[in-house]
Design a binder for this molecule. Structure first.
Ligand SMILES: O=C(O)CCC(=O)C(=O)O
Length: 303
């Protein structure tokens, strides 16, 4: 992990598995899981839970490390793990499942999201599409779900520091403080009390929203956040008559604050590194990727 830039010391915790356990012992303990399970069979939560119990039994040191990661993410908001074997997708799903059940992100059925930005046509909303090279504005994943995934895990396969594509992390509590400084406590209060209609990207405006939620929940270090700019497009456009103009203004301040690169904690992941972070207590995004550069992550969503 290279710290490209960080603000207020918001840095991921770090854990090198090579210093904690015998990786070869773990590899031999987990050999055979690929024969018993597949990325498809593990979509069945009962099967996944049985396999997770089996993994914890054959590799108790790994299960202990997962418990440690949960604590590190609770205190630091995120954690970079090194020397986790990345060859097997089945193993990665099961490792993630030691933190909580792995389920598909809301826009697909598969448990693994392959993020391989390409040179596709840039649209006006490019900064919200992960598969383009543009910087990706800070957001939370599964914001339209009643209960968004608690953790995200990014396994890094190709990511050269000089190619950009660095991960942006923005703790909700820091966003609250910045909004207070810029627009006062009232703006935070509105964002914590006004239920906003979240719609999916291509939803017909006539359709009811997928979910109606506040941006912030809770206070202080326990502040939880839910945000996807495009899901709230109609609110930004003033097209939701039920939402008053003070709330729309507060939402605009929120968007300006999270888009302000001065506030971004930027972490350059290196090949083989795994980043785990709290999807409810922080927003995440990505800096732009250089033209023609290859960059490849696998993302896992954990409840
Ligand atoms: O490409 C990345 O680093 C992040 C992608 C992302 O934020 C997402 O898929 O939600």
């Amino acid at each position: 992990m290279h710290t490209v830039k960080h603000v207020n010391g918001h840095l991921p915790a770090q854990l090198d598995l090579a210093e904690r356990l015998d990786i070869n012992e773990v590899k031999s303990a987990i050999a055979g899981f690929d024969d018993s399970y597949s990325t498809t069979t593990l979509r069945d939560i009962a099967v996944q839970s049985g396999a997770t119990t089996e993994l914890a039994a054959v590799a108790p040191s790994l299960a202990a490390v997962a418990g440690e990661i949960t604590k590190l993410v609770a205190s630091a908001g995120s954690c970079v793990v090194r020397n986790l074997p990345l060859d097997s997708d089945v193993f990665l799903i099961l490792f993630a499942s030691l933190l909580g059940p792995v389920t598909a992100p809301s826009h697909q059925d598969e448990l693994i999201e392959y993020i391989t930005p390409a040179d596709v046509k840039t649209t006006e909303n490019a900064r919200y599409f992960p598969n383009q090279r543009t910087a990706l504005g800070p957001h939370t994943d599964s914001a339209l779900m009643a209960r968004p995934h608690q953790y995200l895990m990014f396994a890094t396969y190709e990511n050269r520091l000089e190619d950009g594509g660095h991960t942006v992390l923005l703790p909700a509590a820091a966003v609250v403080e910045a909004i207070k400084r810029q627009a006062g406590e009232d703006a935070v209060r509105l964002l914590s009390t006004a239920a906003l209609p979240f719609r999916s990207r291509d939803a017909d405006p006539a359709e009811p929203p997928r979910t109606v939620r506040t941006i912030f929940e809770g206070t202080g270090a326990d502040t939880r956040v839910r945000y996807q700019n495009f899901s709230l497009r109609r609110v930004f456009d003033g097209a939701e008559p039920a939402i008053d103009s003070e709330t729309v203004d507060a939402l605009r301040v929120f968007d300006a604050v999270v888009s302000d690169e001065e506030l971004w904690n930027v972490v350059g992941l290196e090949n083989g590194e795994v980043l785990i972070f709290d999807n409810c207590r922080s927003l995440h995004g990505r800096t732009a990727i250089e033209p023609a550069a290859r960059r490849f992550l696998k993302a896992f969503h954990i409840n």
